[in-house]
Ligand binder design. Structure first.
Ligand code: NAD
Length: 260
């Protein structure tokens, strides 16, 4: 379905970003990976799906590096048709104790990076399809783009902002073939969440299994994690022809978290 399209997924060396990159690759899209840590493993996993893979190591907290990454993607594949703004970090502390440097980093990585990548991707998306435009911008927000939790001020602020940016991007391009939507996962067992399980286990003297059960029990009625594979299929739907007029939604996949 996506053969001939090119997708750039930020923060795709791990977790949800890698799951989305692989789901798009399964549909035939070439992939630009981004993120830190092991690059060879994720690149090989995506390449095994029979598409072209490139990697750019931009630190998306830095606008100049995002600009460089977008230029690299264009030089490598011609243009970016599908942009997935996924890179994100977390820090948990009460407002009065929240480290200023963590606040700035979370706003830069979880929110401002999506603005920069979007503004740089739009001109080429608008020029496609004889000027009618085609593009898919998918912002990986969170249930925390819809509701709040204590001790996550920067994250909740950034994710609510990202849902707002999603709506504005959708509206500004509503008469074109470019759509923008947000995905709002509940708990997904990735390194980002494993750190929170570990912190809970250490603070309460629990085993990993007990801390995981407690974490899910507090917020997620289904008592089960959403998987990167499931989120990848939602991204595929947004990219499909059936998603042509899905514009500006914040679609939660959260085991009932926000239904309460
Ligand atoms: P993860 O830690 O597994 O992956 C994060 C990715 O972002 C990694 O590839 C990492 O290298 C990259 N990254 C971090 N800082 C970066 C930077 N400055 N520049 C470039 N890349 C950077 O985390 P994840 O759980 O897969 O999270 C992915 C997204 O999903 C985040 O935006 C997160 O907020 C969101 N999310 C996660 C959950 C969850 O339960 N795991 C729930 C809701 C939303």
């Amino acid at each position: 379905m996506l053969k001939g399209k090119n997708a750039l997924v930020t923060g795709s060396t791990s977790g949800i970003g890698l799951g989305i990159a692989k789901a798009l690759a399964r549909q035939g899209a070439n992939i630009v990976l981004n993120g830190f840590g092991d690059v060879e493993g994720p690149s090989a996993e995506v390449a095994a799906l029979g598409v072209q893979v490139a990697y750019h190591g931009a630190d998306v907290s830095k606008p100049a590096e995002i600009e460089d990454m977008m230029k690299f993607a264009a030089s490598r594949f011609g243009r970016v048709d599908i942009l997935v703004n996924n890179a994100g970090i977390q820090h948990v502390a009460r407002i009065e104790n929240f480290p200023l440097e963590r606040w700035d980093a979370i706003i830069a990585i979880n929110l401002s990076s999506a603005f920069h990548a979007t503004r740089l991707a739009l001109p080429a998306m608008k020029a496609t399809d004889n000027g009618k435009g085609w593009g898919r911008i998918i912002n990986v927000a969170s249930v925390h783009g819809l509701v709040a939790s204590a001790e996550k001020s920067a994250y909740v602020t950034a994710k609510h902002g990202l849902v707002g940016l999603t709506k504005v991007t959708a509206l500004e391009n509503a008469t074109t073939g470019i759509t923008c939507n947000a995905i709002c996962p509940g708990w997904v067992l990735t390194p980002l969440v494993q750190k929170q399980v570990d912190a809970k286990a250490a603070a309460l003297g629990l085993s990993n299994v007990e801390a995981t059960k407690l974490l899910l029990g507090e917020k997620e009625p289904s008592q089960q994690f959403t998987t990167p594979e499931e989120l990848g299929e939602l991204a595929v739907f947004f990219c499909s022809p059936a998603g042509n007029n899905v514009r500006g939604v914040a679609w939660n996949m959260d085991g009932g978290w926000t239904a309460q």
